[in-house]
Design a protein around this ligand. Structure first.
Ligand code: NAI
Ligand code: NA
Length: 395
């Protein structure tokens, strides 16, 4: 079949297996080019199929020769209907890992559920014995609580006042004003229930209860801060409350890890185009200006460059540098004063007419389509491809 992109709003309904495979191969090549990391040996990645989680799995396997188990929630392919991109990414990753003799297996299902946790614990017990690193990289709009069955929905809203600012539709390049009404009712609690730290702690508690954490165990979850431009809708909005909760949970988890000399960290990462961030209003305009500035300064990074730096310069360096709140910062280049001053200046000037010049809309668009395996250099999109691809290590 010939697979073409079919977009609806900020999502793409189709994905290209060859393009996804090429993206994964490019990430593997990047990690190999940076040399070996004296890093983790047995790694569980929760949210392993796209974005920062996939980059973490690739860095663990191809940078540190680690065995990896990936948990993710992806749509399998069927005849005439392509899978979701994380399916094809995982198929490519596990194929490449197995080729090099690396252990790589995965579980596709709802990581918030007791069933998927049970399956994962059993697989670790059977195959790895213990894990020395757990990466928690879920991004989800909903969570069904495993104990109560209550289904929570997260929202992206400011708290207190209506938020008004510019935004861009990155498909058309049109810059408009958006107005987002503030959170009401249970919006904050619901968002914290989905994207806060409760599920992260449930995972670590469950692993610990069965003796599956190796000595000197580490776990890392990903957070975001960002500039004052996006603060009202992001860090001081409902999602920010969830990130506050996630960051506080790192300390709660660390308290439970004394006997394995373990530690829980939050890493604050850079704003990047992923399926999760494309859905947040205002962020695409910010990212398109940020990309322009960081590329001009020669300090732009994607997920794989970010996570390579996280492992080599932070987590597995001689000492783990953190900020005063105990967080690892790999958003350090994004947050540099010169970068932010330039972005703030461009923000004032951004209109539908100026944005193609002053912003990196093209880079945004390319990254967006790349997420789904489209517009990837070297891939022949006119060639017939088999959409029914199997994941070799899928349990
Ligand atoms: P993503 O959308 O690329 O990845 C999400 C992953 O979670 C996928 O592997 C998906 O299959 C999995 N997933 C979602 N719901 C699931 C469920 N119920 N059960 C099992 N797996 C499930 O997102 P991205 O951007 O990589 O986000 C990961 C983390 O990084 C999030 O905590 C996000 O807030 C954070 N982050 C993202 C930034 C960005 O700009 N994209 C910046 C800084 C932090
Ligand atoms: Na991820």
């Amino acid at each position: 079949m010939i697979i073409e992109p079919r977009t609806r709003g900020f999502i793409c309904l189709t994905a290209h297996p060859k393009g996804c495979e090429q993206n994964v191969i490019n990430q593997i090549d990047y990690i190999k080019s940076k040399g070996a990391i004296d890093g983790p040996k047995k790694v569980l990645v929760i949210g392993a199929s796209t974005g920062f989680g996939l980059a973490s799995r690739i860095t663990s396997a191809f940078g540190a020769n680690a065995s990896t188990i990936g948990v993710y929630f992806e749509k399998p392919p069927s005849e005439g209907r392509p899978a979701s991109p994380g399916w094809y990414n995982t198929a490519a990753f596990e194929t490449q890992a197995h080729k090099e003799g690396l252990y790589a297996k995965s579980i596709n299902g709802d990581a918030f559920s007791n069933e998927i946790k049970r399956q994962t614990l059993d697989l670790i017990k059977e195959d790895l014995g213990q894990v020395d690193l757990v990466i928690y990289s879920l991004a989800s709009p909903v969570r069904t609580h495993p104990d109560t069955g209550v289904k929570y929905k997260s929202v992206l809203k400011p708290i207190g006042d209506t938020f008004q600012n510019k935004t861009v539709d990155f498909h058309t390049g049109k810059v408009t004003e958006v107005s987002i009404a503030p959170a009401e009712g249970d919006d904050i609690e619901n968002t914290v229930a989905v994207m806060g730290g409760e599920d992260w702690k449930m995972w670590i508690d469950a692993l610990k209860a069965e003796g599956l954490l190796a000595p000197d165990f580490n776990t890392v979850a990903y957070s975001y801060i960002g500039p004052s431009l996006t603060e009202a809708v992001y860090r001081k909005g409902t999602i920010g409350r969830a990130k506050d909760h996630l960051e506080a949970t790192a300390f709660d988890i660390t308290d439970t890890l004394k006997d394995v000399n373990g530690k829980a960290y939050v890493s604050v990462n850079k704003a990047l185009v992923t399926q999760a961030s494309s859905a947040i209003p205002v962020i695409p305009l910010y990212i398109s200006l940020l990309y322009k500035v960081m590329k001009e300064m020669g300090i732009h990074e994607g997920c794989i460059e970010q996570i390579q730096r996280l492992f080599s310069d932070r987590l597995y360096a001689d000492t783990i540098a953190t900020d005063e709140q105990g967080r690892i910062r790999i958003d350090d280049w994004e947050m540099r004063d010169d970068v932010q001053a330039k972005v703030a200046e461009l923000w004032e000037e951004a209109t539908t007419e100026t944005l193609p010049e002053i912003g990196d809309l093209k880079g945004y668009d390319t990254d967006f389509f790349n997420l789904f395996g489209f517009k990837v250099p070297g891939v022949d999109y006119d060639a017939d491809v088999n959409e029914v691809v199997a994941i070799p290590g899928l349990q």
